[in-house]
Design a protein around this ligand. Structure first.
Ligand SMILES: *Cc1c(COP(=O)(O)O)cnc(C)c1O
Length: 350
């Protein structure tokens, strides 16, 4: 859907004059830098971290753009994807006035981020098979609904949303549709980044925390039109991605083969777990997964969870979550971890 960003944005964000850092004022690389109040002697660590990092992460963005097939001005990097989610609320939702539409059961940070920003949410549950209830979503839309969050593959259900339903919503929602693809690398689906040229109201989120194995470095990506990316850049903290993170991720992106091997290994382990869990008597249902975790329905979720903790195996008890009665969410582990899990579940069933 076509949108007018000037009317969608909160007026004070539209008018805001952003912070100008030392690295905004002078962008050259050579010289004697006496402009940022850094320590000229170095750091107290073996490697030097005394200089502020590139505020716009140009080198890293060039490499990510190449891999993802987008241009650098369509890419925002955040301190985890959670930072991008928070900035979207701050940019578009007037506290106490505007709303975001959430589709539970889904990722809990959307609701928390809305709450932190004093933004109301409108909840439209997924259907019992965890798909989008497009008719109900359409009905829920009002002129103050600024954001719609679609998580695909969805956390905690693990499944892809139907692509045609997502496109229908992107075509009909008069605000920003956020498609959270944290688990896209485990799914057979193409990323919605290929839809960006046709949809100015689309923003796609991905992360280095899952398939890439870099959760500790805190790096998330948002892909959108250059106009939307400019807004996120305007309101982010100036040096939001640490120099260490920029350096380590750039190094890691030199060779993609290990990431591909690990992803394949996780998918192989997911099939193994699915097959073996089906043989465990207390497992009543294994939901189909397009992610690196499985949602399973068991006889007594709380008791099973506690029994697993006794065996030092920690899963996520999702039984209090809408449509997830008696459900546990289990991250796919290594073969050894998965075998231990299966053994503990069988013991719990005795
Ligand atoms: C794990 C996860 C993220 C990742 O968040 P980061 O802040 O990038 O670590 C984002 N969205 C969903 C749905 C997730 O499950």
């Amino acid at each position: 859907m076509k949108i007018d960003l000037n009317t969608l944005l909160r007026p004070h964000i539209l008018a805001l004059k952003p912070y100008s850092s030392a690295r905004d004022e002078y962008t050259g690389k050579e010289g004697i830098f006496l402009d940022a109040n850094e320590n000229p002697f170095g750091s107290i660590t073996a490697e030097n971290f005394n200089r502020y990092p590139d505020p716009y992460q140009q080198a890293l963005k060039e490499r990510i753009s190449e891999i993802k097939g987008v241009s650098t001005d369509q890419l925002f990097l955040g301190n985890g994807s959670d930072e991008a989610i928070d900035l979207l609320f701050r940019a578009f939702c007037r506290p106490g006035v505007d709303q975001a539409i959430l589709l539970p059961p889904t990722y809990g940070m959307y609701e928390v981020s809305a709450g932190i920003n004093d933004v109301e949410t409108v909840k439209v549950p997924l259907t019992p098979d965890f798909q989008l209830d497009t008719r109900a979503i359409l009905k829920a839309i009002t002129t103050t609904c600024k954001l719609l969050f679609i998580c695909s593959p969805n956390n905690p259900s693990g499944n892809n949303m139907r692509r045609e339903d997502m496109l229908f919503l992107i075509n009909n929602f008069p605000g920003i549709v956020v498609v959270d693809e944290a688990y896209i690398d485990f799914s057979g689906e193409l990323s919605f980044t290929i839809e960006l040229p046709n949809h100015p109201n689309l923003l796609v989120i991905q992360t280095f925390s899952k398939a890439w194995g870099l959760a500790s470095l805190r790096l998330g990506m948002a892909f959108a039109s250059p106009e939307i990316i400019r807004i996120l850049n305007k309101i982010k903290p100036p040096y939001n991605i640490s120099g260490l993170t920029q350096q380590k991720v750039l190094e890691a992106l030199g060779d993609l083969s290990q990431m591909r091997v690990m992803t394949k290994d996780i998918l192989r382990e997911r099939s193994y777990l699915e097959k073996e869990l089906a043989e465990v008597s207390l497992v009543e249902k294994i939901y189909p997964s397009d992610a690196n975790f499985l949602l399973i329905k068991v006889k007594e979720a709380k008791k099973t969870y506690d029994n697993l903790v006794d065996e030092k195996i920690i899963v996520r008890d999702r039984s209090k979550v809408l449509l997830c009665d008696e459900c546990l969410r289990i991250t796919v582990g290594t073969r050894e971890e998965n075998e231990n899990l299966l053994k503990a579940l069988k013991k719990s069933a005795e």
